[in-house]
Design a protein around this ligand. Sequence first.
Ligand SMILES: *[C@@H]1O[C@H](CO)[C@@H](O)[C@H](O)[C@H]1NC(C)=O
Ligand SMILES: *[C@@H]1O[C@H](CO)[C@@H](O)[C@H](O)[C@H]1NC(C)=O
Ligand SMILES: *[C@@H]1O[C@H](CO)[C@@H](O)[C@H](O)[C@H]1NC(C)=O
Ligand SMILES: *[C@@H]1O[C@H](CO)[C@@H](O)[C@H](O)[C@H]1NC(C)=O
Ligand SMILES: *[C@@H]1O[C@H](CO)[C@@H](O)[C@H](O)[C@H]1NC(C)=O
Ligand SMILES: *[C@@H]1O[C@H](CO)[C@@H](O)[C@H](O)[C@H]1NC(C)=O
Ligand SMILES: *[C@@H]1O[C@H](CO)[C@@H](O)[C@H](O)[C@H]1NC(C)=O
Ligand SMILES: *[C@@H]1O[C@H](CO)[C@@H](O)[C@H](O)[C@H]1NC(C)=O
Ligand SMILES: *[C@@H]1O[C@H](CO)[C@@H](O)[C@H](O)[C@H]1NC(C)=O
Length: 513
Amino acid sequence: MRVVSLLFSSLAAPLLVSAACPDYAQYSTQYHAPFSSGRYNLSYQRPVPECRTFISQGVEDVITRMKSAISDPDLYQLFANAYPNTLDTAIKWKGYANGTDEELTFVITGDINAMWLRDSANQMQSYLSVLNASSSPDSIASLYRGVINLQARYLLTSPYCNSFQPPAESGIAPATNGAASQDTVTPQYDNQSVFECKYELDSLAAFLEVSSNYYSATQDISFFAKYSWVDAITTILSVADAMMTPTYAANGSVLTSPYTFTRQTTRASETLENSGLGNPTQNGTGLIRSAFRPSDDSTIYQLFVPANMMFSSQLAATSKIMAQLNTSTSAALATKMERLSSSLRAAIEEHGIVNHPKYGQIYAYEIDGYGSQTIMDDANIPSLLSAPLLSYISSSSQTYQNTRALVLSGDNPYFMRGPVLSAVGGPHDGPRYAWPMASIVRILTSNDSDEITEQLRAVLGSTDGLGLVHESVNSWNVTDWTRQWFSWANGLFGQMILDLEERMPQVLKTSFQ
Ligand SMILES: *[C@@H]1O[C@H](CO)[C@@H](O)[C@H](O)[C@H]1NC(C)=O
Ligand SMILES: *[C@@H]1O[C@H](CO)[C@@H](O)[C@H](O)[C@H]1NC(C)=O
Ligand SMILES: *[C@@H]1O[C@H](CO)[C@@H](O)[C@H](O)[C@H]1NC(C)=O
Ligand SMILES: *[C@@H]1O[C@H](CO)[C@@H](O)[C@H](O)[C@H]1NC(C)=O
Ligand SMILES: *[C@@H]1O[C@H](CO)[C@@H](O)[C@H](O)[C@H]1NC(C)=O
Ligand SMILES: *[C@@H]1O[C@H](CO)[C@@H](O)[C@H](O)[C@H]1NC(C)=O
Ligand SMILES: *[C@@H]1O[C@H](CO)[C@@H](O)[C@H](O)[C@H]1NC(C)=O
Ligand SMILES: *[C@@H]1O[C@H](CO)[C@@H](O)[C@H](O)[C@H]1NC(C)=O
Ligand SMILES: *[C@@H]1O[C@H](CO)[C@@H](O)[C@H](O)[C@H]1NC(C)=O
């Protein structure tokens, strides 16, 4: 087992639970009874109820209901462990902004004691199907509001950063990030509030996503008018605007980049070319730059297509919230959001599609505006494979299907193949490590029950008996995997099972024995 996160400081026990509770970073590497009765003999991995960080009766009811929807005992055990993982282990603190009624929720990614904008938005999305309007502090709605408020605070503090420290109100000490201690970043940030400052366009889109998810399920428009949501949107729009700056002015002078980043590292994907500027970007595509990918690896070409897709579709969704706020600026802001959403879509369709000799019209993963492009996909979301889940495009679109055929073949430099798991991986863990998350995305974007069943079987067999979804697993060696405690991937697995319950209930009747 390789635990990439050992770069970061270790965790204390979660604050919401007693100090006598086991540290889940350890607990999740050990086997616990009762084991599932099937051939995979999967460990039970939920902490005892007193040690869970948040309890939702709605989620418990879903877990009970699924016992009859899922026939296979191993698949059920994996679902029952994975789906509640964020609530069980990652709600590190929940409270209020100092002296106000503004809810705050600090959600850690799992084995690292920090809150990522992307992960926390996705961790909440696992519970979207049980989200309904409620003012109770014990509700999923309250968790969502707390995440949105805290993300807004983070964005107002350091809008170019990706991962953050506990709010001061929690009394939790900031985590030390050894890897980041020598980073040189503009704009500067404070390590008391920021854990890592990699500028990723999808982090901004994540705030939009968690906002539109909350609104679509609750219709709670008044929440968005109360705290800092509008200011956070204004900040996001400024960053988006600034990050459309190309490298050179029309007269050839080098423009000042709003963001630069260098790190002392031996990994090329952990720093940026050209003393922190990244590789040059041509003017005129209408796309927004991203210095890093959703894997937290640097982009090769900064016009990163999947994040532009996500940002475009989420801007459209959140412009509808803005349009209803009835303030002196909301109508103009809503129009600006809609226009940027449309212009990004047009830019992606004009510049993000390339003609591949074997697959025809496909989306590039990244472009630079000069004609260079990366033809690949990475497991992390947003990805090209996930484009339909980003609400960017229908899965039946020909360009998507062409892209998908490439991504799920040996023509994608990061498609891993082997007896344990054949799935998309990426440079973050490197060749031979396939990511279960990519198999889950493949299921969520497929209507083919054979493909879905085959992927389910592979994910089920990839846990090393531990009964949790790992970050990646060696395609040739099931005992060689990364990250024992990665809450997002676990929640996504649960979300996918619930999606199958609705779309293809017969698949959940399959026996994997
Ligand atoms: C299941 O796995 C546990 C932990 O490795 C082991 O103790 C137990 O004997 C296994 N049970 C079966 C039936 O293989
Ligand atoms: C909201 O969801 C909870 C948990 O699923 C459920 O108990 C409650 O009845 C729901 N309330 C409404 C108004 O639907
Ligand atoms: C909360 O506000 C009080 C009173 O203004 C102040 O003394 C305290 O330091 C604040 N705490 C935090 C965590 O900001
Ligand atoms: C923040 O940076 C200072 C100065 O480099 C360092 O001494 C301190 O340990 C850092 N704090 C954290 C939480 O990383
Ligand atoms: C980039 O292109 C746009 C539109 O084509 C133009 O308005 C703008 O001045 C150009 N900026 C630079 C820095 O060349
Ligand atoms: C070149 O263009 C930039 C941006 O428009 C401007 O700031 C700079 O003064 C120009 N340089 C010269 C030498 O004209
Ligand atoms: C804004 O006005 C619309 C139409 O009257 C109303 O539905 C909506 O609730 C109002 N928004 C807020 C935040 O009060
Ligand atoms: C899968 O089914 C959904 C719902 O019927 C449909 O919208 C979508 O286009 C289908 N995708 C493919 C690839 O057939
Ligand atoms: C499989 O991975 C484990 C854990 O990293 C390692 O100890 C073992 O040697 C590997 N087995 C083979 C056959 O490479």
